[in-house]
Structure formats: structure tokens, C-alpha cells
Write a protein that binds this ligand. Structure first.
Ligand SMILES: *Cc1c(COP(=O)(O)O)cnc(C)c1O
Length: 397
């Protein structure tokens, strides 16, 4: 059994704050401070350039990838870490499209995160081979899979509502029609038990600064199924994905396996904070996380709905259809979130009217959820959101 009291102790959580935004940026693992400081002083400071060999910086994209592989049910050697999620989506899509030269449709859904769709649009323009992006409603995706589709590119858990696609079922249907799959795990990794290998996913990508708690700007990860890894074309072929980077060969030869998806120099300091976060994940069973996430989210929904009828649940009511977040529609959601933040309850807002709360068992307790629901009821029932101070929009919502 995972000891969640023990995991909670390993995070810095500011006093008098209930943090329900770990789905956007996870909190600071206490050990990350000393880990980053150690990397700065003893590795960068003392080793200088020797750190690439002596502190194994160069192999981190693979060694850290192997630690993530355990969390997402992937084979050792199949996960590479680096760059940002947007870039990894671009690479995965480029590789997947190259595997289906005779097909012309990229199938996604209109609930997908904009950057994923922008990456697809950019590739469509630059490849200029008559590709089209289809974005039906999420519920209509399954029926849209047919022999015209080259790639099915979906985000498993919807960033706004928390609605979850059935990865295994959709992947199986895609394969039955000869379609390559790309799963964006931004709101799945560290939130749900994942079994990429068992689901027979082709490619998957995710970020490590959300549920994984790797810190702001922590690098993305990319999974390439071993059956594709030695043939996948890394559309952004960088020197660190070359078979022999230090030969400085002017002709590109891809590295064996998923390592070919490396592009350039990895962010060593961010890797240090990510490694500290992964030390906590070593103590955790993802099935326990899922079970407790459902306990927290059911309790939260029940308490909010009991106390205020102005919020309408935007997430699926069936917990099996949700990720690890709960969202509500509310016309004045932006102001309401600002009012909650002023009271120490941090969630976030997604246009047009979604109040979003991440429920993360590693550091959120049932008492936190009860207190947060009470604050929400007070803010809504007493119209505390109706204050010009809460109208001002920051750059980041
Ligand atoms: C958070 C998120 C991203 C962010 O991409 P970055 O390149 O890391 O900024 C992309 N896709 C989805 C689905 C996300 O939720």
C-alpha cells in the first residue's frame, strides 16, 4: 500500500494553501532543492565539461526515460526525455505520417489541446502532400476511424473536462484499420495507471511538470514502441539522435531505438529536479494513486454539488470516464477562481467557463478536499467573486 502521508511530507506545500493545480504544475519535491544545488555545485561547478561523462549527463535522456517507463507501462529503452511536449508531438506525428505515405487524414478531436493541433497544421503545410486534419467531437472519434486515416492523434484525458478516451479500445480499432496511434499523456502520466506496452500504443508523448512534479520547464518524454523504434524517422533529426554523435559525421545516421528521437543538448538542471520527483514516484503504486484519486474526486463533487447548485459538473460523472481532475461550468468562473486563490485555494480557469481542480493523492488529503469545497460554496453562495479586483486577467490563467 502506498503511504500517502509519507509522500505528502516530501513536498514543499506553502502554508495555508490548498493546491488543486498539480495538473498544471506539480509542487516542489523538497529533495529537488538539494538535488539541483548538488548538480550545480558538484557537477557543473567542479566537473565542468567533464560532467557529460563523469556525471552521466549525456545518457540522462535515456536513463531518466527508463525511470518514467515504469510509470507508464512501457518497455525499458522505449522512452526518451527532452525538449517540450509540443516538439515531441511534432516528431511523433512526423514519424507516424512517414509510415503511412499513401494515407491523407490525421484524426484527432476538437477537445484536444491547441498546441497538438497547431503542430499537426504546421506539419501538413510543410509536408505539402495533401494531408488533412479531422477534429470531430471526442465521442465521434471511434466512428471516424477508417482506411483513410494515417494517424490517430489523441490526448487521452481532456485538459478541460477530464474526460478520458479508452486507449486500449481505440488503439485496437485503429490497428484493425491500419492506423498508427499517438497518445498525448499530458494529463495521464502520474495521474492514471498506464500500460502503453499492453495497449500496443505506437507512439506516446507527455510532460513531466504536471502530475509528475518535475518543475516548471521540466522536459517532455516520448515513447516509441520497440517494434517501430529502429525504423521510425525522427523528423527533427538532431546531432544527439545520431548513431555516433561525436563522429560529427555530415551525413545523418539515426541511432538505434527510441534514442534517435533525441534532438539536442538536454536540460541538465531540470533533469536534476525531475530525478528528485521520480524518487517519490518510486515509493508509489499507480493503482493506489488511482483509487485514492477517485475517493478524493467523488468526495469533492458530492460536497460541491450538495452546497451550491450554480456549478454544473463539466467532467464525466462516472469516475472511470475521468482522469484525475474535476471541472465545473460557471459563467463567472474566472472571477470565482481568482476569489478562491485569494482565499488560499488554488485551481485554475480554462475558457470559456471552466473551473478546473486537480486532485492529486500524493499531497492532497480528504480534509483538503472538504475545505476546498467549503470555500467554493462560500465564494459562490455569497457572490464573493463579484469584485472588480477579480476581473483583471493575468497572462497565464
Ligand atoms: C500541457 C499540455 C501541452 C503543453 O505542451 P508544452 O510543449 O509542454 O508547452 C501539450 N498538450 C497537452 C494535451 C497538454 O495538456
Amino acid at each position: 500500500m502506498t503511504n500517502f502521508a509519507q509522500t505528502k511530507e516530501q513536498f514543499h506545500l506553502p502554508k495555508d494553501i490548498i493546491y488543486l493545480d498539480g495538473n498544471s504544475l506539480g509542487p516542489l519535491p523538497l529533495a529537488a532543492c538539494s538535488r539541483v544545488q548538488d548538480t550545480m555545485q558538484n557537477e557543473w561547478g567542479e566537473l565542468l565539461i567533464r560532467g557529460w561523462n563523469e556525471a552521466s549527463w549525456f545518457s540522462q535522456p535515456i536513463s531518466v526515460g527508463d525511470r518514467l517507463a515504469r510509470l507508464i507501462g512501457a518497455e525499458t529503452g522505449s522512452v526518451v526525455v527532452g525538449d517540450t511536449l509540443s516538439i515531441k508531438i511534432f516528431q511523433a506525428l512526423g514519424a507516424a505520417l512517414a509510415m503511412k505515405p499513401d494515407r491523407h487524414v490525421i484524426l484527432s478531436d476538437r477537445g484536444n489541446f491547441p498546441t497538438d493541433l497547431y503542430m499537426a497544421e504546421g506539419l501538413i503545410q510543410s509536408l505539402d502532400r495533401g494531408l488533412q486534419l479531422h477534429t470531430p467531437a471526442p465521442e465521434a472519434v471511434e466512428a471516424s476511424i477508417d482506411e483513410s486515416v494515417a494517424v490517430l492523434m489523441l490526448t487521452e484525458v481532456d485538459y478541460r473536462t477530464g474526460r478520458r478516451h479508452d486507449m486500449k479500445k481505440l488503439t485496437a480499432k485503429a490497428h484493425a484499420h491500419g492506423v498508427i496511434t499517438i497518445w498525448d499523456l499530458a494529463h495521464s502520466a502520474g495521474a492514471l495507471p498506464l500500460a502503453l506496452s499492453e495497449a500496443k500504443a505506437d507512439f506516446a508523448c507527455g510532460c513531466t511538470y504536471k502530475y509528475i512534479n518535475g518543475g516548471p520547464g521540466a522536459p517532455a518524454f516520448m515513447y516509441v514502441a520497440p517494434r517501430h523504434a529502429d525504423n521510425a524517422e525522427p523528423i527533427l533529426a538532431g546531432w544527439q539522435g545520431h548513431a555516433e554523435p561525436f563522429d560529427f559525421d555530415l551525413n545523418y545516421t539515426a541511432h538505434a531505438g527510441a534514442a534517435r528521437m533525441r534532438v539536442g543538448t538536454p536540460p541538465v538542471l531540470q533533469m536534476a529536479s525531475l530525478e528528485a520527483a521520480l524518487d517519490i514516484w518510486e515509493q508509489v503504486d499507480m493503482h493506489d494513486v488511482r483509487e485514492q484519486s477517485i475517493v478524493l474526486s467523488e468526495r469533492f463533487i458530492k460536497s460541491v454539488e450538495r452546497q451550491c447548485n450554480q456549478l454544473k459538473l463539466a467532467s464525466p460523472r462516472d469516475p472511470m470516464q475521468r482522469g484525475s481532475q474535476v471541472s465545473f461550468h460557471f459563467e463567472h468562473g474566472y472571477q470565482a477562481i481568482q476569489a478562491l486563490i485569494s482565499r488560499g485555494v488554488i485551481g485554475d480557469f480554462r475558457a470559456p467557463d471552466i473551473m478546473r481542480f486537480g486532485l492529486t493523492p500524493l499531497y492532497i488529503t480528504e480534509a483538503d478536499v472538504d475545505a476546498a469545497a467549503d470555500h467554493i460554496a462560500t465564494v459562490i453562495n455569497e457572490r464573493l467573486w463579484d469584485n472588480p479586483e477579480f476581473m483583471r486577467k493575468g497572462t497565464v490563467t
